[in-house]
Design a protein around this ligand. Structure first.
Ligand SMILES: Cc1cc2nc3c(=O)[nH]c(=O)nc-3n(C[C@H](O)[C@H](O)[C@H](O)COP(=O)(O)OP(=O)(O)OC[C@H]3O[C@@H](n4cnc5c(N)ncnc54)[C@H](O)[C@@H]3O)c2cc1C
Length: 483
């Protein structure tokens, strides 16, 4: 085996995917495969993907499913030989809480954007004004000059009016990364929307013509098959399986150790030294799969474009999972969950904290039991940190009270679990794409590649794709030496 050495920093699904690619991907190692060491700060690999035992099942505490219409996650699962673990989502549709009642979301929306005014006909919680705005977009669309980028909020508000923008579209689109659509870049988060706006006519018609869409800058989609997958042992089993297979391939996996410094050592045989509190690993090349601010802290001294990654903000959120007797809850007839617009008033303090409810055991058959219901409430946005000030007990009580209002009945749960994700979801603001390409251009001559959910999209498929590309690029650098 070659004595070339690559270190991967960060063992979330991006870093693990990079290591998978570095160790030969689907084909496995060969005689040119370098020594690979992956260093992860957490006590286990996986980052935002993790499971626990709850109410007699294994449940995901972070991501619980991934888009099936992007290929990256499905491909990785297949390469691992785990296709039998894939489980298709078993429910469709969702509801939205508008003016104190639940409305079913119409079918045919494009990531929350209506594609015809007729779709809104039965959404009782929308005003006549919102319906008129939708019809105007079809028949006399508002003119809007769109440059290289714009916020999603600018586009949707201008074209479809305030109510549709904030009450109807934001709950889904902002929810994907717990952000505000007035801040999020259309180019980076929802390029199909930017393209549709650029056409200049009806936004809804243009979205309809663009076909199935997925979030993220490098999204390619297919039209067939299920929309989402989970895994029978939980999505959190994916990083564990990748790690097991990497160990089998001879990759050195270290957990519970943070990388504390990256040092250039141009006079040594290896151009980098990667420090933890107790060790130094020499490396030809480094793959950074850490959150952007960590990458900026470790590498910012080498180039201002890398230091600028420190400006990437992340939103926090908390997930409160409940098991509750079927007899103690009232549920709509179908649908995977409920969306709640930000700032929705209710009978209690302030506005509703819940931004979404997921019916876990409706989505995933392996979680279904006869006598209880498993559901998860999501709270928190980039500008709503109320959850971070509350104890688990208070949060469970507050969310239970809100669920009683939204669902109509929500008795005492059998069990509840609070999981907090303080910096889980990076925000892609206008200019993000340029910041990322500048940072990558600065990193490449140093023999460093960048991957993770701060760069190429926040979803699991995008993160896997980002990691694998970084792995491929690192191998290329090694073989066509950058030194
Ligand atoms: C609550 C929540 C729900 C989500 N739901 C979904 C969903 O349903 N579907 C979907 O597709 N996506 C979902 N996502 C998004 C998706 O899970 C993540 O974007 C993806 O898992 C990110 O992977 P990553 O490896 O890029 O980052 P991370 O998982 O954040 O991994 C980064 C790793 O770097 C490590 N690290 C940090 N500093 C250091 C250091 N100095 N040295 C060594 N290691 C370090 C961290 O410990 C961490 O493990 C969700 C995210 C969250 C937070």
């Amino acid at each position: 085996m070659s004595r070339e050495s690559i270190v991967v920093v960060g063992g979330g699904i991006s870093g693990l995917s990079a290591a998978w690619e570095l160790s030969g991907g689907a084909d496995g190692p060969n005689d040119r495969t370098p020594r690979i060491e992956l260093i992860e700060d957490g006590t286990v690999v996986g980052g935002s993907l993790t499971t626990t035992h709850f109410a007699d099942r294994t449940i995901d505490l972070g991501a619980d499913g991934f888009l099936a219409r992007r290929p990256e996650a499905v491909d990785l699962v297949r390469e691992l030989g785990c296709s039998d673990q894939l489980e298709s989502i078993d429910a469709s549709g969702a509801s939205i809480w508008l003016r104190g009642a639940l409305d079913e979301l119409p079918t045919g929306l494009a990531l929350g954007i209506p594609t015809s005014s007729g779709q809104l006909k039965n959404v009782r919680g929308l005003s006549w004004r919102a319906r008129l705005d939708a019809r105007r977009d079809e028949h006399a669309p508002v003119r809007m000059k769109v440059g290289d980028d714009a916020t999603i909020g600018d586009i949707v508000r201008t074209k479809l009016g305030r109510e549709l923008c904030y009450q109807f579209v934001e709950p889904m689109l902002g929810g994907i990364q717990a952000g505000r659509i007035d801040d999020l870049s259309a180019k980076s988060v929802f390029p199909a929307l930017l393209e549709a706006a650029r056409k200049g006519g009806s936004l809804m018609r243009a979205m309809r013509a663009s076909g199935p869409v997925a979030p993220g800058p490098s999204a390619t989609t297919t039209n067939t098959g299920p929309t989402f997958y989970s895994l029978l042992a939980g999505v959190g089993s994916l990083p564990i399986e990748v790690a097991r297979r990497l160990r089998d391939r001879g990759v050195v996996l270290r957990t519970g150790v943070a990388v504390t410094a990256l040092r250039r050592t141009p006079s040594s045989n290896y151009p980098w030294e990667v420090d933890t509190h107790a060790t130094t690993t020499p490396a030809d090349s480094v793959v950074m799969a850490t959150p952007a601010p960590v990458t900026a802290r470790l590498l910012g001294a080498y180039d201002p474009a890398l230091a600028r990654l420190g400006a990437v903000r992340s939103a926090g959120a908390a997930m409160i999972t409940f098991s509750i007797a079927r007899s103690a809850i009232q549920l709509s007839a179908n649908g995977t969950g409920i969306l709640v617009p930000l700032g929705t008033p209710w009978s209690g303090d302030g506005s509703l904290m819940i931004t979404a409810v997921t019916f876990l055991d409706r989505k995933w058959p392996h979680l279904r039991r006869d006598d209880d219901v498993l559901l998860r409430a999501h709270v928190g946005r980039i500008d709503d940190l109320r959850w971070s000030e509350m104890s688990d007990e208070l949060l469970i009580a507050r969310v239970s009270a809100e669920l009683k209002v939204i669902l109509g009945a929500f008795g005492t749960p059998n069990d509840a679990h609070v999981e907090r994700w303080p910096d889980g979801l990076p925000q892609y603001y206008v200019g993000h794409e340029t910041m990322v390409s500048d940072a990558r251009a600065a990193a490449a001559p140093l023999g460093v590649t960048l991957c993770g959910n701060a760069y190429d999209g926040v979803g699991i498929p995008a993160s896997i794709g980002s990691g694998r590309r970084a792995g491929r690029d690192a191998l290329e650098m090694l073989h066509f030496s950058y030194r």
